[in-house]
Design a protein around this ligand. Structure first.
Ligand code: AMP
Length: 213
């Protein structure tokens, strides 16, 4: 059983790393952002409720997000553990998670917030498989086409500069304080997010191996 949180500001590379770790360990990546975008695309009742939050970069209501996570991690594929990506994001969510389960390790990607605007604006994701690219730092082989599945690459609506700035502000105000919460629990390790995709990944692997699981 291995339960990890990939933590960090928006566009720090949480999704990219979670996808790699997911492959390596055979554990599902549980991304609240992906689940919410899927709900919006499928026009489910949840999607209708959450769309305006996604569009403006605000956080969705805790009760709704916690329920989404509870439903997701109770699925059979999560029985051996999972990688949380984008959850928890508020103190309320962190406390609910504490009630739900014990987390082995929080991998905290530390990056300079200013560099993130540029990263976010250059980010492209695959419409079909959610693979993440960046037009400058991690481009696909063929412009606009996913290397992994051939799907169409799109820019997320919330990766426009004004929304990105708002998401960073939300991160600083509501999410960054969780770092202190994890430090008190003693299960957090800082990862230098400026080291490129492979460099970040190897730091994460090193930290997970130390868990001795
Ligand atoms: P992400 O893909 O993780 O950047 O998430 C995209 C958007 O989904 C965020 O800007 C929020 O509007 C919403 N969202 C994702 N995860 C959460 C969460 N844990 N709590 C509240 N809102 C969330």
């Amino acid at each position: 059983m291995l339960k990890l949180i990939i933590f960090g500001p928006p566009s720090a590379g949480k999704g990219t790393q979670a996808q790699r770790l997911s492959k390596e360990y055979g554990l599902p990546q549980v991304s609240t952002g992906d689940l919410l975008r899927e709900a919006v695309a499928k026009q489910t009742p949840l999607g209708a409720k959450i769309k305006s939050y996604l569009d403006t970069g605000k956080l969705g209501p805790d009760d709704l997000i916690v329920q989404l996570i509870k439903d997701r991690v109770s699925k059979p594929d999560c029985s051996k553990g999972y990688l949380l990506d984008g959850f928890p994001r508020t103190m309320g969510q962190a406390k609910e998670l504490d009630k739900m389960t014990d987390i082995d390790l929080v991998l905290n990607i530390v990056v300079d917030l200013e560099s993130l605007v540029e990263r976010a604006v250059g980010r492209r994701i695959c419409k079909k498989c959610n693979a993440v690219y960046n037009v400058t730092s991690n481009p696909p082989k063929k412009t606009g086409v996913c290397d992994k599945c051939g799907g169409e690459l799109i820019q997320r609506d919330d990766d426009k500069e004004a929304t990105v700035r708002n998401r960073l502000k939300v991160y600083q105000e509501q999410t960054a304080p969780l770092i202190e919460h994890f430090r008190k629990k003693g299960n957090i390790v800082d990862i230098d997010g400026s080291k490129g995709i492979d460099g970040v990944y190897s730091q994460m692997m090193g930290a997970i191996k130390k868990l001795d699981k």
